[in-house]
Design a protein around this ligand. Structure first.
Ligand code: C5P
Length: 239
């Protein structure tokens, strides 16, 4: 039987690397906030999905006003973020029952496609969790800082075999009782995504191909790229 679907939209970061007046999830992408675009992908992929949006405490009022002003009428459970992403996810999981499927998605990844979201939910019916990844295309280096602040040096000439390296994306989709139990673990700085928490809890995850354009908007250059892609998609280009 199909499990009920939830998505936790992570949007409680402060976005300091962007250097803008607001966190990057609230910046505009072709006429709509990045966060609205992100949520809309899930509503299109899975009508009836329950949306839990995690926000900085100071921006909860801002987001309610934004949704009203832009006629973005979507039932959302609004949750206050925590000190790290891990603590923000944990706050959101308190609102999700066992026996469901829970996707955790970065609010600053609006370019994931509805087809990929559906694929990940479908696969998670039959395994503890599914993680989208993209193969590493650059040659990777292990470097350490040098005396000069903008130059790094090689660490004993170690080489990295890039054929075994992948970048993890979101949404990462889990059977909710497993994700909730994993998030009872004590916090560790190594927990930079949800897969790392569930793996530490001892569950074996499935890794599937992600999407190269599903970028995490982090820097001003990312926003330029996302605006260009969004504009092309709105003109009818397909991925
Ligand atoms: O900091 P990082 O780029 O890894 O953040 C990924 C996502 O997690 C962003 O969408 C950000 O808003 C969210 N986040 C959060 N709570 C935090 C830190 C980050 O919801 N305390």
């Amino acid at each position: 039987m199909d499990r009920k679907k939830y998505v936790i939209i992570m949007a409680a970061g402060s976005g300091t690397r962007m250097g803008a007046d607001r966190p990057k999830q609230f910046l505009e992408l072709d006429g709509k906030a990045v966060l609205q675009r992100t949520i809309e992908v899930f509503l299109e992929a899975c009508p009836g999905i329950s949306v839990v949006t995690v926000l900085p405490e100071d921006f909860i009022g801002y987001w309610k006003d934004y949704c009203l002003k832009h006629n973005f009428i979507c039932p959302q459970i609004l949750v206050k973020g925590g000190i790290t992403r891990f603590h923000s996810v944990r706050n959101a999981l308190a609102r999700i029952p066992d026996g469901a499927l829970a996707a955790v998605h970065d609010g600053v990844r609006p370019l994931v496609t509805p087809a990929k979201v559906r694929e990940l939910f479908d696969r998670a019916e039959n395994c503890p969790g599914v993680i989208p990844v993209v193969p590493c295309v650059d040659t990777m280096k292990i470097l350490t800082p040098s005396d000069s602040k903008d130059i790094w040096k090689e660490n004993d000439g170690q080489n990295v075999d890039r054929s075994v390296l992948f970048g993890a994306q979101t949404p990462q989709v889990f059977q909710s009782e497993i994700l909730k139990a994993a998030y009872d673990l004590p916090y560790d700085t190594a927990f930079t995504d949800d897969a790392s928490v569930v793996s530490r809890y001892g569950k074996s995850l499935s890794y599937v191909m992600g999407e190269r354009l599903n970028i995490k908007i982090t820097t001003p250059e990312d926003l330029i790229l996302a605006r260009a892609v969004t504009s092309l998609l709105e003109q009818g280009y397909s991925l």
